[in-house]
Write a protein that binds this ligand. Sequence first.
Ligand SMILES: *Cc1c(COP(=O)(O)O)cnc(C)c1O
Length: 418
Amino acid sequence: MHPKYKLKYQPEYQTDNKDHNFIPYARQSIDETDIHAVTQILRSDWLTTGPMIEKFEHAVAGFVGAKYAVAVSSGTAALHSALHAAGIGSGDEVILPPITYAATANAVVFVGGTPVFADVDYDTLLIDPQHVEKKITSKTKAIVAVDYAGHPCDYDTLRSLADAYDLILISDACHALGAKYKKKILGTSADLTVFSFHPVKHITTGEGGMVVTDNSEFADKMQKFRNHGINTDHRQRALKGTWFYEMTDLGFNYRISDIQCALGINQLKRLQDFLSARQKIAAQYNELLEDLSYVYPLSVHDHVSHGYHLYVVKIDFTYLGINRPDLFLTMQKRGIGINVHYVPVHLHPYYRNNYGTKKGLCPKAEAAYEEILSLPIYPLMKKNDVTYIIHVLSEITADNTAKKQPLSFNRLIGDNHV
Ligand SMILES: *Cc1c(COP(=O)(O)O)cnc(C)c1O
């Protein structure tokens, strides 16, 4: 075997850090009960379209308090299915924030819609309802809110906007399984709520996704959509003793397997522990960062329970002797995997070339992008990993200067521009 495959999760580059294993920015938590759940399915009759699919859907729907859930092969497939169910099509505009994974906007393109970017709140990086309202036209059909980093969006305001303009509200809650808005777990705050089960997310199925909704028509549409637009699946026909089926719409193969759903069911049982572990790590970061004067955690509103898929800080590099690319590399050399979430989607060449988006469209997102850094966070992280990360960060930034002032957007543009 090539020696590289013996490494557990060390990347291929060298690290100078002899005392620590490499700390990735994110990592799944798989234990023996997960492995057992998967191997049981491998010995069973149904590897896909079997009973585990519905079981997983019921478990997630029950957990978030939604009536229906449709499991699919990825979070991206879930977004695509949700936009299809919402009836988005050619010429329809969908408003979304630029601080998200490209998949959020891509899914709008998949159904023939036009992504329209609304700027974010500078302190939380969540879509700003005021900017959403400014972007609404007669062609607007939906809003996709992204619960960035695990912080739920301002759903009360978004709901009233959606109702006032007759829009469908979709939540891309891929970062936020188990997060709460006003004491309620996310899953019913929007008309359709989308989750991802990629290994970096709260629970994993390897690849996988799900949409939850209280709308039975939406659920029916998505069930067909994940199976080529066909009205029954193989197992339903086997149970009924018939071979006949009809394809009524154009769909895809977005099915998820029973192997994946069995893993998902077991992971969901562990979610509460995962969430508490993430929240503990975030609290430890918050405390240690009080002492670093140029590093600021994002703001968190009082009325939410944060899911902490990501722990994002803003760094004011103007006063530091190091820029972000160098900081990134130096941290990596010291055995710490940091990341940047995200390059604003409207600045990607695909969107610039096909939708004419450019710099200046979302000034707050663009300014924040220059400052953000995602520090490692995942349930298996140790307390001294956090201490080590902050120690290295303070050493590299030589950050021991005067008192903290909260970062404000106004300082970047001058007060008279606001
Ligand atoms: C992960 C993610 C997705 C896509 O999920 P996949 O399962 O990777 O397809 C979409 N939106 C956001 C915000 C995500 O973080």
